[in-house]
Write a protein that binds this ligand. Structure first.
Ligand code: SF4
Length: 487
């Protein structure tokens, strides 16, 4: 028996005569086409949404938006690859009706429509809301680091600059010394000549000047670091405990269908201070509905939790447990029991720690109350396991500890909901970063990367909606929406 044979390439009617015949009725590309077609590009703020009366006709922004959405949904993000797809990919050819924009036109579209791209993401979430896809009861808030278009070598902290400048100074001194000795040793062919040394000195001085310029900029701006390729990117620790120049992307994901309700790109290396911000933004989007918010211990901050509660959002956040310095878990702060009536702590050795003084920080005033019993610590057999301090252990009780205790209890009682957090919040990041390989940005600057991630998140939400209803049903709903309302 032979193999399955293809058809003769020279046969006259080999392919379907109509390009539409190539695209199945339930293809995602039809949904992209239908959705983008009904967008009001002018209202969304797209460049060239209205054609100028004169000049060469531009590409319709709808066509370029369709191409981007199609590309992001299919792991293709670069403008050069999208240009290729528009030529060889039958779905892209169908989508663009055989238009062939070049990579520059494609790249410029993303560059020129940064805010409009975010507006399209918002438009689609609004549509999801109209279709009742947001449960508005349980929302998970989480952040993830996306690598920026900036290598670690091109990121400088004050310390790194000092180190580089010191190294250059030492090198210059060495070359100067060699130059002094050079006249006598010039004949030695293994050593650089005086001219070569002068050339190297010139290079080193230029580098030193560059570093000093960065140092001055750091001093003037008060920033901790400077990234030279993408000035908005910052050095951050990622999930694998590696350090990279990245952006921190915050999202709020609704639990009903794991759809992204809102997102924000930040330059902060950690999540502290983002809980209330993200929760309140989401509440506004949900039309003021009260809901429960899930977040990991990175968001555990009394001020943020308080703001959430004051605004009708019930937070379930696991507490931060701080190490005691020795690393012995049996003596972590959470092993010390607080007795409210007597206002004392009982340590793991059974000793009483009494209130000693308030702890204050500059600009914030009193942030906590210190409890200690140095006398007991002096004779304690566990002292080496409990603390590194010579005097003894000090426990600091946060000024809002009573409030934090109620949050801890609330989270503990709702552990079944809290356990859903990872599944809800990390679903979009897993799909986008692992599934689509979009764990790094191609563009530079916070506004540009916000536009870039808008397309990723829009593509993710679109894919979710297609998975929920099926492409044909989504098409029907979109066409239904387009129909004029008859009086
Ligand atoms: S070192 Fe002090 S606080 Fe720690 S277990 Fe001993 S007595 Fe208690």
């Amino acid at each position: 028996m032979g193999y399955i044979e293809g058809q003769d390439r020279n046969q006259i009617i080999l392919l379907p005569e109509c390009i539409d015949d190539y695209i199945s009725e339930d293809s995602a590309v039809r949904v992209i086409d239908e959705y983008v077609e009904q967008l009001d590009m002018e209202a969304l703020g797209f460049d060239k949404a209205v054609c100028a009366p004169t000049g060469r006709p531009p590409y319709n922004p709808k066509d370029l938006l369709k191409l981007y959405l199609y590309g992001y949904l299919n792991r293709i993000r670069s403008s050069r690859r999208l240009e290729q797809e528009a030529i060889r990919n039958i779905e892209a050819i169908w989508l663009l009706k055989k238009l062939r924009p070049d990579f520059k036109t494609i790249a410029d579209f993303r560059k020129d429509n940064k805010r409009a791209l975010k507006a399209v993401f918002r438009d689609f979430t609004k549509l999801c809301d109209e279709w009742g896809l947001f449960g508005k009861e349980l929302v998970a808030i989480d952040g993830s680091k996306f690598r920026a278009c900036n290598s670690k070598r091109n990121n400088y902290s004050a310390k790194k600059l000092e180190r580089h400048i010191k190294y250059i100074d030492e090198k210059i001194d060495k070359y100067m010394q060699e130059l002094d000795e050079g006249d006598t040793a010039e004949a030695h062919d293994r050593r650089p000549t005086a001219d070569e040394i002068k050339e190297r000195l010139k290079e080193l001085r230029e580098r030193k000047q560059k570093y000093e310029g960065y140092k001055k900029r750091l001093e003037e701006t008060g920033e901790n670091e400077i990234s030279t390729t993408d000035p908005d990117a910052r050095l951050m620790c990622n999930n694998n405990n590696n350090v990279d120049v990245s952006y921190n992307v915050q999202t709020s994901v609704d639990s009903k269908h794991k759809l992204i309700a809102d997102f924000k790109v930040t330059q902060k290396p950690n999540d502290q201070g983002e809980l209330d911000n993200m929760a309140l933004r989401t509440k506004k989007l949900f039309g003021g509905c009260d809901f429960e918010a899930l977040a990991d211990k990175g968001y555990y901050k009394a001020e943020d939790l308080k703001k959430c509660v004051e605004n009708g959002i019930t937070p379930y956040v696991t507490r931060q447990v701080y190490s005691n310095g020795t690393g012995d878990r049996d003596f972590y702060a959470d092993r010390f029991q607080y007795e409210k009536e007597r206002n004392i702590y009982i340590c793991p050795a059974g000793k009483e720690l009494h209130y000693a003084r308030d702890r204050e920080t500059k600009g914030k005033g009193v942030i906590g109350h210190e409890y200690r019993n140095y006398e007991a610590c002096k004779h304690c057999e566990f002292k080496d396991r409990c603390t590194k301090s010579k005097k003894g252990r000090v426990i600091c009780r946060h000024v809002d500890q009573d409030f934090l205790d109620t949050i801890d209890l609330q989270t503990e009682l709702n552990m079944d909901k809290y356990k859903l957090r990872q599944m809800i919040a990390e679903h979009p990041f897993g799909t986008i970063k692992r599934g689509w390989g979009a764990y790094y940005f191609l563009t530079k600057g916070r506004i540009s990367v916000t536009a870039e991630i808008s397309i990723s998140f829009l593509a993710y939400n679109l894919k979710r909606v297609i998975n929920i209803f099926g492409a044909e049903e989504v098409l029907r709903m979109l066409r239904e929406k387009k129909k004029p309302v008859l009086a």
